[in-house]
Ligand binder design. Structure first.
Ligand SMILES: [Fe+2]
Length: 394
């Protein structure tokens, strides 16, 4: 034999050794491995057979599509077409296969186009991902449950604040609804929009530390009283600051009375120093407040509220958010949510404190002079379609 030539016996032996190593690796792999020619299974390793629950030999020659549930068949056929045509030589996908006992296997697979024994074939791996999917499902349910509990808690807190300030029943929820709608109009993400709705429901939580008499006073507040009411932004921040929300809830609550020109409170922030959710909330809060009845005045109506936003757009209010709000009402026919958050019909004020019994829906608020009572007037709210009377108590 000439120098430099390899003995064919050694070459054959090396090949056989290499094939044995490869076969051992594939046969003992804890991942299912398969080869498909056309739509027929040409090879399935023991793990693949175990996962599909067929004897290894029985799988060879079977049509892959015969193992695929009817609902997934078109998708798998399309995947095979794309693989063989070279459109998508390598694929990663999840799907379902019918096991021999009729149960359904949730699998995750890889597929790559190769040349096998002189013809195009698909080689790939197959794994049972049923446990993983079930764990993900449990995680999803747990997350949904936690979120539901969180939203329920927020509603309860919101209702608690409103119990002290019954005139504004539904204010926070309506502000949250409008802020979310403005966020959607601005193209914010679903999560950011959800955050705005939640922040709206909590934005006046700091009023819990403001005397109820100030909140429901049937007349304008004095300067000192107003200073106390203004502390609700900081109080809200202090209450919510320790909760780790996925949104800037506390910061937004702190800044929801700030105005672009620095005329707001508590810090007199200007322009972009006010975070976007707070700039959105400021508009929603103003519109809702102006459109609703308050202890000291009748509703000024939605048209006047929108005129206010338009007038101060870019001055007090974020121009983009203001434009989005105006579009919502004037072009998209947006309406504030119905004013009913706690079922009921009336609220009585006795000796300076409110006793909320039942409240609901569109309410007429009557301030009735009660000479017999030295402390205060009787305040009553009741169902009527429109507010026709509003008398200020002395
Ligand atoms: Fe506020």
């Amino acid at each position: 034999m000439a120098a430099g030539q390899t003995d064919p016996w050694f070459t054959r032996q090396a090949l056989e050794e290499s094939e044995q190593k490869f076969r051992a690796l594939v046969e003992q792999s804890i991942t299912g491995i398969y080869i498909i020619i056309g739509d027929k299974i040409a090879y399935a390793n023991p793990r693949c057979a175990e996962v599909i629950n067929y004897p290894q030999n029985a799988l060879v020659g079977m049509s892959l599509l015969s193992l695929v549930p009817e609902t997934d068949r078109a998708e798998i056929a399309e995947r095979m077409r794309r693989a063989y045509s070279g459109e998508e030589k390598t694929q990663r996908f999840d799907g379902h296969l019918k096991r021999r006992d009729g149960s359904i296997l949730d699998f995750g697979a890889n597929a790559t186009l190769i040349n096998y024994q002189g013809q195009p074939a698909i080689i790939g791996t197959l794994q049972d991902i049923g446990d993983r999917k079930r764990a993900q499902e449990r995680e999803k349910q747990y997350f949904a449950q936690t979120e539901k509990a969180m939203l329920g808690t927020i509603d309860a807190v919101s209702a608690m604040v409103e119990m002290r300030d019954p005139y504004t029943a539904g204010h926070e929820r309506r502000v949250g609804g409008l802020a979310a709608a403005i966020g959607t109009e601005l193209g914010l993400s679903d999560s950011e929009v959800k955050g705005l709705r939640i922040i709206g429901g909590l934005h006046d939580i700091g009023k819990i530390s403001v005397p109820a008499e100030f909140l429901s006073k049937p007349g304008r507040l004095g300067a000192a009283e107003f200073e106390i009411v203004k502390t609700h932004s900081q109080n809200g921040y202090d209450i919510l600051g320790t909760i780790d929300f996925p949104w800037p809830v506390a910061q937004t609550v702190l800044e929801h009375h700030e105005r672009l020109d620095g005329s707001g409170y508590p810090q007199g922030l200007k322009g972009d120093a006010i975070i976007l959710p707070a700039r959105i909330l400021a508009i929603a809060d103003t519109v809702e407040a102006m459109a609703s009845h308050w202890p000291y005045r009748a509703a000024r109506g939605i048209d006047e509220a929108l005129q206010e936003i338009e007038k101060y757009s870019g001055i007090r209010y974020d121009a983009n958010a203001a434009a989005a709000c105006l579009r919502l009402f004037r072009e998209n026919n947006y309406r504030l949510e119905a004013k009913s958050i706690i079922a009921g019909t009336n609220t009585r004020r006795v000796h300076g404190s409110f006793l909320p019994s039942m409240r609901c829906g569109s309410m007429e608020t009557l301030f009735i002079r009660q000479p017999a009572r030295r402390h205060t007037s009787l305040v009553r709210t009741r169902f009527v379609p429109q507010l026709r009377h509003l008398r200020h108590a002395p």
